[in-house]
Design a protein around this ligand. Structure first.
Ligand SMILES: O=C(O)CCC(=O)C(=O)O
Ligand SMILES: [Fe+2]
Length: 757
């Protein structure tokens, strides 16, 4: 790992000083430190955070990044959270690699919230990633609380917009940037820029740098300035969302990464961070309920103010910014980098100087670039970019693959596959028909996989002759190769069912024209719906499993407590009667925690690889049989572990420790029941209409009293009152019953114990 023998940051190179904030002090409410944080957040929007407590996890995260990005190239190609897909501000692709781990996935682990990760990531999940994400979330929550207070917002206003377990783009990211080629060390060329000039999209970023290379464009400055990496100091910065929420008071500042300076340039640059974003559903707008925010907005022109009410959700904003990163950076080439003006007054945060509005409406531009690229260069760069875009985005989706990705221009050629509400009734009907066909064909093409429940049933379609079945991967986005092939093929097959209008080149569904793109859009939506159903089902299964585990734990706990109480009672009883009770009855293995595994809800589901039969009934029977076999096998296994008596085992008796009177086995309870029945029958015959039922003492119950009796009785069996009642009669029957009782309870001499009772 880098870090041990890294060349130093050049001493003579100017850097932009950042305010150092001590997290420990902020957390403890130190007002001076909180003021420092506020100053840094409103002036530059960047600061160092020391004493943050995540130092160890940060080291582990760097290791995780290195292990993951060292995977073979073929493997990495299949991982959507790796790699870059954006251009920098010069139209060149970012030349960094990264691995993103979503906050929700980390906090839900091992449940899958959005997506799965390569084993190199999973291996570090519990030891490193989860604690890193948790600590980062804590830090960010603390900082958000400070902002709430400073902005005069009710406590929780900002925190509510950043729930911990709801879909958001929040993620931990490890970035690897290649070393500069030998000979090129020195000046920065436009091809060198690692991550193009940008503001962060979310709320707060918590960065960790070992080598130089991060540069900020401070307000009032005319050039990029390095930020010096200081060991143990995180670099925090504010993103667009917080800037919008605060009406521009909190500053989202332009930054970029370039090769490390001086001797560091020959090193691979690793950087790592946690990027916090509000929940996707959160609507992005200035929170003008706060007086401070209202005041800030009131100094703006209506046009400027409108920029703080972009009327989008955080999720859409994220997607839009992604587009901007691609397209605006390209547009930049055309615009010849006209904007050189430094941003205005850093102390008085003004809307012009705040990036959210500017990044909403203007390109992200590197103001330091004096030499615009030649026209030939521009055209070449554009051509390359367009080719890349076409290749990469034929079925781009809106699922997060984190850092940099592309979306295709969905506006083009869309007639009925776009916004539903703006369609005419005829178009809506055509769309419904096409959707049904798509569902049906997609179902047929995936008929070899287990069907996610369709909800609204699509008519049956068979897999066409010679057509291959698809195995979509619902943990991947629609553009993942098998998924995208399924979508394409579905659209193609449905298309063959409709005629083309030669005059317009449109396909016709009845009278309604539609395009190929429409079909692809609808097929992508159908895929997403299948994906959602699949993931929901998985989620439900997980929850059920968790619930079962919870109940099992409770049962075990209860059993342990009961066992302890019982032991106490037995001891007290033995002491009082100066006798020894047959402990094997009380302490049978059958009363240990293992018994609870006999609970049928714990029986694992049968293996899923049962052959699928054409005939559904047969299939059902097969499944049932497998369930039964699995249960029987489990029972035998547990019976062996718990040393049930042969009879219990043969009859598959469930041996429960009950809170109610019966103490041990069903047979024993049965004996008492029979005794009662006999008694009651005789009472009935004798004209008595009341019934008597045996009451048994529950030893685990601390309130059960030791019987006031000199005789040796089995305290766990019979309530003395019950015994006293009609004693002679019971004695007679008990003897009979005991003789017939094959319990192996080792009750000793039957006659003796019977007569004693
Ligand atoms: O690598 C760095 O130091 C900064 C990364 C960054 O700005 C980003 O990923 O948004
Ligand atoms: Fe950034």
């Amino acid at each position: 790992m880098p870090g041990l023998t890294l060349p130093p940051f050049p001493e003579d190179l100017p850097t932009h000083p950042l305010i150092i904030v001590d997290y420990g002090l902020v957390k403890s409410g130190d007002s001076q430190e909180i003021d420092k944080l506020w100053k840094a957040s409103t002036e530059l929007g960047f600061w160092y955070l020391k004493n943050h407590g995540a130092e160890l996890e940060v080291e582990g995260m760097f290791d995780m990044g290195e292990e993951t990005l060292a995977l073979p190239q073929e493997e990495k190609m299949n991982i959507k959270q790796l790699g870059s897909g954006a251009t920098n501000e010069y139209g060149n692709p970012d030349n960094v690699e990264f691995i993103n781990v979503s906050k929700e996935d980390a906090l839900a682990y091992p449940e899958v919230f959005h997506r799965t990760y390569p084993s190199a990531v999973n291996a570090r999940m519990e030891s490193t990633i989860i604690p890193f994400v948790q600590k980062s979330v804590d830090i960010i929550d603390t900082v958000l609380s400070v902002y709430e207070m400073k902005l005069g917002m009710p406590a929780g206003t900002l925190l509510k917009l950043h729930p911990h377990m709801e879909g958001s783009g929040s993620e931990a990211r490890c970035i690897k940037s290649p070393p500069k080629k030998a000979g090129s060390v020195g000046s920065i060329t436009k091809e060198d820029v690692f991550l193009g000039a940008h503001t962060d999209f979310g709320s707060l970023s918590f960065l960790h740098n070992r080598l130089g290379g991060l540069q900020v464009f401070p307000p009032g400055s005319a050039e990029w300035q390095y930020v010096l990496p200081i060991p143990g100091h995180a670099i925090c910065n504010i993103g667009d969302s917080l800037s919008v929420f605060s009406g521009g008071i909190l500053r989202s500042n332009l930054h970029r990464t370039v090769p490390p300076p001086g001797a560091q340039a020959s090193q691979t640059r690793w950087s790592m961070g946690y990027f916090s974003r509000p929940a996707n559903r959160v609507s992005l707008r200035a929170l003008d309920e706060s007086e401070a925010v209202k005041d800030a907005l009131s100094c703006m022109s209506s046009e400027q103010r409108a920029m703080y009410f972009p009327n989008v959700t955080q999720g859409d904003w994220y997607a839009r910014r992604m587009d901007n990163l691609q397209l605006k950076n390209r547009k930049l080439l055309e615009q010849q980098f006209q904007v050189h003006a430094p941003q205005s007054d850093p102390v008085q945060p003004s809307p012009e100087s705040s990036l959210p509005p500017s990044s909403l409406d203007s390109s992200i531009i590197d103001p330091s670039l004096e030499e615009p690229p030649s026209l030939v260069e521009q055209v070449e760069a554009l051509k390359n970019r367009v080719a890349q875009l076409e290749e990469l985005t034929s079925f781009a989706d809106d699922e997060g693959d984190g850092g940099r990705r592309m979306r295709r221009n969905t506006k083009k050629d869309i007639l009925i596959g776009g916004e539903y509400n703006s369609l005419t009734d005829g178009q809506k009907n055509a769309r419904k028909e096409l959707t049904m066909r798509i569902r049906s064909v997609m179902k047929a093409l995936t008929s070899t996989e287990q069907e996610p429940d369709e909800g609204e049933e699509a008519p049956e379609t068979c897999l066409p002759e010679g057509e291959r079945g698809f195995m979509p991967d619902y943990h991947e986005p629609p553009r993942f190769h098998e998924n995208s092939e399924l979508i394409n093929r579905t659209a193609e097959l449905v298309l063959t069912e409709y005629t083309i209008d030669d005059a317009t080149g449109r396909f016709l569904c009845g009278e309604i024209p539609f395009s190929k793109t429409d079909l692809r859009e609808l097929a992508t939506t159908a895929f997403r719906n299948r994906k959602r159903r699949y993931l929901t089902q998985q989620n439900i299964a997980m929850k059920k499993k968790d619930l079962r585990a919870k109940w099992r734990n409770r049962r075990h706990l209860r059993q342990r407590q009961t066992k302890k109480q019982r032991e106490k009672q037995i001891e007290a009883y033995e002491k009082k009667f100066n006798t020894k009770l047959p402990r094997e009855i009380f302490q049978s293995d059958c009363m240990t925690e293992l018994v609870s595994e006999l609970d049928s809800t714990d029986i694992p589901d049968p293996p899923s690889d049962i052959e699928v039969d054409e005939d559904e009934d047969d299939e059902l029977k097969k499944r049932e049989k497998t369930v039964k076999d699995a249960r029987a096998a489990r029972f035998t296994q547990i019976a062996e572990m718990t040393a049930l008596t042969p009879r219990e085992r043969d009859e598959k008796v469930k041996v429960w420790e009950e809170r109610k009177p019966e103490f041990r086995s069903a047979e024993l309870s049965e004996a008492y029941k029979r005794l009662d029945q006999l008694t009651n029958k005789e009472r009935e015959e004798a004209g008595e209409n009341s019934r008597l039922w045996s009451r048994r003492v529950f030893m685990g119950n601390t309130t059960s009293k030791i019987p006031k009796c000199k005789k040796k009785v089995w305290p766990f069996m019979v309530d003395l009152q019950w015994l006293a009642n009609d004693e002679d009669h019971k004695k007679a029957h008990w003897t009979k019953l005991q003789r017939a009782d094959p319990d192996d309870y080792n009750l000793g001499d039957e006659q003796e114990s019977a007569s004693e009772q």
